[in-house]
Design a protein around this ligand. Structure first.
Ligand code: URA
Length: 217
């Protein structure tokens, strides 16, 4: 119900629906799920989602000679760049590379400035093809949206033109922030949860994705 209202209001949001994703996400949410199972389920969801995120990537025709005859096939027109936001986004990249092994990987690290409370970039390294590529920013959680808004602004200033954002769990506050700041960026998510608590955790959410993935709880 909430998801339907949010997707109706914000045209940039796309909820990737699949029974396997719902089942794996339930395992991620469970407080009883330990690190190994959390990682395995996150990897599987990332693989399932990247298909849809890249579904409309442009292709061009290319001739190919099979053992039997010539035929016409397709190749991607643009490079694909995955940009995990450190640290939790890292957990999704390796499994996505199994699906798109030719993808390049940029990385952006964001942290909160404890004086201004604004997000700041502490690490940014991008492939030189950024301007021509289909770029997918990756972060499991879209909470306040501060990090991804800041990351997307930085990537655009570096020349990125075709950006998408993949996350697992989002909430209305983060979607609104991102849709307002970057209305050109489509948001792909597996779930739209109720909202944020007073500590900026998504409710019901899954807790701290980075801590649970890296076992730092
Ligand atoms: N980051 C997380 O890992 N979890 C949340 O609920 C919010 C931000």
């Amino acid at each position: 119900m909430l998801a339907a209202m949010v997707t109706q209001k914000f045209a940039t949001v796309h909820v990737i629906e699949h029974p396997l994703i719902r089942a794996r996400l339930t395992r991620l949410r469970s407080n009883a799920t330990g690190t190994a199972e959390f990682r395995a389920n996150l990897h599987q969801i990332a693989k399932l989602m990247i298909f849809d995120v890249l579904r409309d990537c442009a292709t061009r025709e290319t001739a190919v000679e099979t053992p039997v005859s010539m035929t016409v096939g397709a190749e991607l027109m643009r490079p694909v760049i995955l940009v995990p936001i450190l640290r939790a986004g890292l957990g999704m990249v390796h499994s996505m590379l199994e699906i798109v092994p030719e993808a390049q990987v940029g990385m952006v690290g964001m942290q909160r400035n404890e004086t201004t409370f604004e997000p700041e970039t502490y690490y940014n390294r991008m492939p030189s093809s950024l301007g021509e590529a289909d770029v997918v920013i990756v972060d499991p959680m879209l909470a306040t949206g501060n990090s991804v808004v800041c990351a997307a602004t930085a990537l655009k200033s570096q020349g990125a033109q075709r950006l998408r954002f993949l996350n697992l769990v989002s909430c209305p506050e983060g979607i609104q922030h991102m849709a307002k700041a970057h209305p050109d960026i489509r948001i792909f998510t597996a779930a739209i949860d109720d909202g944020l608590n007073d500590q900026a955790y998504i409710v019901p959410g899954l807790g701290d994705a980075g801590d649970r993935y890296f076992g730092t709880t």
